[in-house]
Design a protein around this ligand. Structure first.
Ligand code: ZN
Length: 260
């Protein structure tokens, strides 16, 4: 019987029939794959704890038929604390969504997997501010998928901007010098240096990031605008996160929709 074992994180699911789900799993060995989980919504199902977003586990998958089917799962980590805090849940949902869409199908991307795994771990058990962690995740995510914004040289003329008095951050490309662009939001040297340092960290050191409120807001605004402008996906999830940052409250239903 053709069976494969793969370690991965459940990034999303679709309910179908009375008690089944189709899961998307971002695996270390095979990138993103889809598999049916029969009966997993029944309370007595052995898969009931495995077929949830954020779950990291070792999945045994039967690949013999048209659609791959999950036989069993050894849950290694459910990142449960993420579900207990609304802000963490919103941030974690955006991380899942972005990685889901960026993960190649049936092709590994170990750097992206490691980034997601460490980000969810720190979001669950770390001591850092979840928004600092998200800023760090986002700049590293953009780098890993090949969309790193310009941070050190002007995105338009290519000149080193590190000693410039006035620098702006354009959602199209990143930093721009005052000679190239004279409108838009000015970004501080501290915020730019912060992003440079976040890119140099190892994934395992991501929770060392500590930002002041002003710098955190600058980086958050710059990177979310850039991400929305650069990628064709994740916009809705990002909008929900932005509205939680500005309003400080939202309904859980919205995030469920974005994640489903
Ligand atoms: Zn320039």
């Amino acid at each position: 019987m053709p069976v494969m074992c793969a370690e991965g994180i459940v990034t999303r699911y679709t309910n179908y029939r009375e008690s089944d789900r189709i899961l998307s799993i971002f695996t270390i060995e095979h990138g993103r794959l889809e598999a049916k989980a029969r009966g997993c919504r029944k309370p007595q199902s052995p898969l009931v704890n495995a077929c949830q977003p954020f779950v990291f586990g070792q999945f045994e998958i039967y690949t013999g038929k048209e659609k791959a089917t999950i036989n069993a799962c050894d849950v290694k980590e459910s990142f449960y604390p993420i579900r207990e805090d609304y802000e963490c849940f919103s941030i974690g949902s955006v991380m899942l969504r972005l990685c889901h869409d960026a993960a190649p199908e049936n092709e590994p991307n170990e750097a992206l997997f490691s980034l997601l795994y460490h980000s969810l771990s720190f979001l669950s058990y770390g001591t850092s501010n979840p928004q600092d962690l998200f800023c760090c995740f986002l700049v590293r995510f953009l780098n890993v998928i090949g969309y790193r914004p310009a941070i050190t040289v002007c995105a338009q003329c290519g000149r080193d901007i590190r000693s410039d008095a006035i620098v702006r951050f354009s959602p199209r490309g990143g930093v721009v010098c005052n000679a190239c662009v004279q409108h838009g939001e000015v970004v501080s040297k501290t915020a730019l240096e912060g992003m440079r340092r976040m890119l140099m960290l190892e994934d395992a050191d991501m929770d060392r990031v500590k930002l002041s409120e002003q710098v955190r807001n600058e980086i958050f605004r710059a990177l979310t605008a850039y991400t929305e402008c650069s990628l064709e996906y994740g916009t809705r999830a990002m909008q929900i996160l932005l509205s939680t940052q500005t309003a400080g409250q939202n309904t859980a239903q919205d995030t469920d929709d974005a994640n489903a």
